[in-house]
Design a protein around this ligand. Structure first.
Ligand code: FA5
Length: 335
């Protein structure tokens, strides 16, 4: 009996060694400890044994049964730790490569152009404080300018930034003057959607602070930037604008490239698309950033990156850019 029980354990171990799949292990388990297994037969035979034999073999058969079960459990556990990855290289499939999103491409082109002009790329938080998004920019609570940039106010006293301008004072505090930075990033507005308005879109802030900066410097940077992006001269117009953080402020519009300035739903039939507002940084903003407005001045602009992508790739509805519909985005594939 002792020999037979020893042999059972040895055979079980040998058979388990050859198992590479869980199903194989379970088959072996059923053979050695299942209802019709030899060990179960021996257990059942105990009832017909004499008292003397029961005493002799009872506990031996029971412990062997437990040992057999433990051997199987261990083998199953080892199998789980050995995750096997099988590649079926006989399957025939086509690999389609992805492409960059049009806004990503435009962001790269614009930042490359600005880098050539000595700008450094910096970033800021999408979830920002009211202070950096509004107050530091000369927009106190209850200022009407806040109505034009309604946003999503969060439970933690923060908000989703409405523009990349929030980085202006952050950068002044961090780097001081002189300064030449650009900040591409995602911004949010709580507003109705239409062909040219999204609630989530991209802007690029540009800011230069130095001595004796003038509006001509701003116009020069804009002209160079648009030439680099469109590889041709694009018709633009400059008109007065209003922002509490720049004085004077301007709006630079681009002739609508969807309809060649004739008027369409994208440009609301005006023939023009509002693209880059900007102006000379207000002395209060420089002060908030710890920069002396009697020594330094500068300009800032806020380029609508998403709208620029629409103009460059002639996308007549902004909503497609956030739709995640690859079939549509495929059309703007740039290899
Ligand atoms: C601003 O956001 C200012 N921070 C810009 C600025 C920066 C002014 C520095 C002065 C100095 P505005 O709200 O106009 O301004 O937005 C800037 C650009 O973002 C617009 O010209 C437009 O191109 C784009 N834009 C604005 N709202 C939307 C929207 N809902 N969907 C898509 N693009 C938008």
């Amino acid at each position: 009996m002792e020999k037979e029980l020893e042999l059972l354990k040895e055979n079980l171990q040998m058979e388990l060694k050859n198992c590479t799949k869980e199903a194989d292990c379970l088959n072996v388990k059923s053979k050695y400890v299942g209802k019709k297994s030899r060990i179960m037969e021996l257990l059942a035979s105990l009832k017909d044994m004499s008292v003397e034999e029961k005493r002799q073999y009872g506990s031996l058969i029971n412990t062997t049964k437990k040992e057999l079960e433990n051997i199987v459990s261990e083998a199953l556990e080892n199998l789980e730790n050995k995750v096997e990855v099988n590649f079926d290289d006989t399957v025939d499939y086509e690999v389609e490569s992805g492409s960059l999103h049009p806004v990503t491409i435009i962001a790269k082109e614009v930042t490359d152009a600005l880098k050539k002009m000595g700008f450094t790329i910096v970033s800021g938080p999408e979830m920002d404080s009211e202070y950096y998004n509004f107050e530091a920019l000369n927009i106190p609570k209850d200022h009407p300018a806040r109505d034009m940039q309604d946003t999503y106010y969060l439970d933690n006293d923060k908000l989703l930034r409405t523009h990349t301008s929030g980085v202006q004072v952050r950068a002044m505090e961090k780097y001081g003057a002189p300064l030449r930075i650009c900040v591409p990033g995602r911004v949010f507005r709580n507003e109705d959607l239409d062909a040219s308005h999204e609630n989530t879109f991209f802007q690029l802030e540009g800011m230069v602070i130095d001595k004796n900066i003038s509006i001509e410097n701003l116009i020069g940077v804009m002209q160079e930037l648009l030439r680099e992006v469109f590889h041709k001269d694009v018709k633009v117009r400059l008109r007065p604008g209003f922002f509490p953080f720049t004085e004077p402020s301007y709006e630079l519009d681009c002739s609508c490239l969807i309809c060649d300035g004739k008027g369409c739903p994208t440009c609301k039939n005006s023939g023009w698309i509002e693209l880059v507002p900007g102006g000379m940084i207000h002395p209060n903003v420089l002060k908030a950033g710890g920069i002396d407005p009697n020594v330094y001045n500068g300009f800032a602009f806020g380029l609508g990156l998403t709208r620029l992508a629409m103009m460059k790739y002639k996308i007549n509805d902004i909503r497609v850019l956030n739709s995640g519909d690859v079939r549509y985005l495929e059309k703007f594939r740039i290899d």
